[in-house]
Design a protein around this ligand. Structure first.
Ligand code: SF4
Length: 340
């Protein structure tokens, strides 16, 4: 049974558990934007982009409102695979009540080693309108989650904005966590300024040739687009801020998956963070690379990482002056360090 799931005791009129009161007194960014009358404008701007879709660096130019499909094969409506409190995310997102994840189907990136293949590559899921998506957000709030964690959101950004506005009118008070693979256009990320409180981007590759090799149909510009977009995210919300319980209120949390044979460019990743963001930036340097799907066809990534590779990755991060590394990553580091 999921801990905290279905928790309704001491619920407030807006559906928030009483012990969330203090953290939520911080107020999510979109409340102010709506009060200023600017949220509706953002929804319109984003929806206009669906008519000649340039929501991401693929710039397919298709009219998704008329049913045309681009690289991501996403329809005009949001398609979702699941929604539930999630306890496997970073501790600052999970707290006691869980992170309120909504997994969107389809993906604008599509890595050959994807761990969510049926959802991301095959697009399995069900289409819903913005009102129904808003209700899922409210359901996660009622179930005691600390945030609304939109997973693989890039290609459904207009739908998310539309749903946030509806959900806010119906009582949503949780911060939005934008959980992206990082293949974003910085100018589109600007549309999220004042809507998203927590950014959770991946920075998967630091070298365009590697990105081109291990992303379906290639994405040589991935490092450039991801870096510029993460810099914009950091400009908007800064370093991670948590409440006294350690639950995230706002800020950037960057994920990086260590890959075999230095494919992900971890040394360059930590150097980039230290130079372009701050040494206090929260980074999750992850060890759980698995050989999935088409990864078996690529010799350099057809194995797990070694203890030495993971220890080396964290050593580089420490040497670069990064001081806010995910605590579970540090625990794994200490464990692996004893072995090498
Ligand atoms: S969101 Fe999809 S359709 Fe739009 S540009 Fe990106 S890949 Fe193409």
């Amino acid at each position: 049974m999921l801990k905290g799931c279905g928790r309704t005791e001491n619920a407030r009129a807006d559906g928030l558990p009483a012990d969330q009161g203090e953290a939520d007194a911080a107020q999510p960014a979109y409340r102010l934007l709506e009060r200023e009358g600017k949220l509706a404008e953002r929804v319109d701007q984003a929806y206009a982009m669906l008519e000649k879709c340039e929501l991401c660096p693929r710039r397919c130019g298709v009219n998704r409102r008329k049913g045309e499909l681009g690289f991501c094969r996403a329809p005009g409506k949001a398609k979702i695979a699941s929604h539930s409190p999630h306890y496997g995310e970073e501790r600052a997102l999970v707290g006691r009540g869980g992170s309120g994840t909504i997994f969107f189907s389809n993906c604008n990136l599509r890595c050959v080693f994807c761990q969510n293949w049926p959802i991301a590559h095959e697009g399995r899921g069900r289409e819903i309108d913005d009102g129904a998506l808003a209700n899922l957000m409210l359901d996660l709030q009622r179930r005691g989650c600390h945030n609304i964690n939109v997973v693989t959101p890039t290609h459904v950004l207009p739908n998310i904005l539309g749903a946030v506005r509806i959900a806010h009118a119906r009582g949503l008070r949780l911060p939005i966590c934008y959980n992206t693979g990082g293949y974003e256009l910085p100018e589109v990320v600007k549309l999220l300024d004042g809507v998203v409180d927590i950014y959770l981007p991946d920075l998967k590759f630091m070298d365009g040739e590697e990105a081109d090799r291990y992303i379906v149909r290639g994405a040589k510009d991935y490092p450039d687009m991801a870096q510029k977009s993460i810099a914009e995210m950091h400009r908007q919300v800064g370093d991670l801020v948590v409440d006294k319980r350690g639950v995230a209120l706002r800020g950037v949390m960057v994920r990086h998956l260590v890959m075999p044979n230095h494919v992900a460019g971890t040394r360059e990743f930590v150097a980039w963070i230290a130079k372009n963001l701050t040494g206090k930036t929260y980074v999750n340097i992850m060890s759980q690379y698995r050989v999935e799907h088409q990864a078996f066809e690529h010799e350099r990534i057809a194995r797990a990482i070694t203890s030495e590779e993971f220890v080396q990755a964290i050593d580089w991060a420490l040497a670069a002056g990064l001081t806010n590394i995910d605590d579970r990553a540090m625990a794994r580091y200490r464990m692996h360090k004893r072995r090498v």
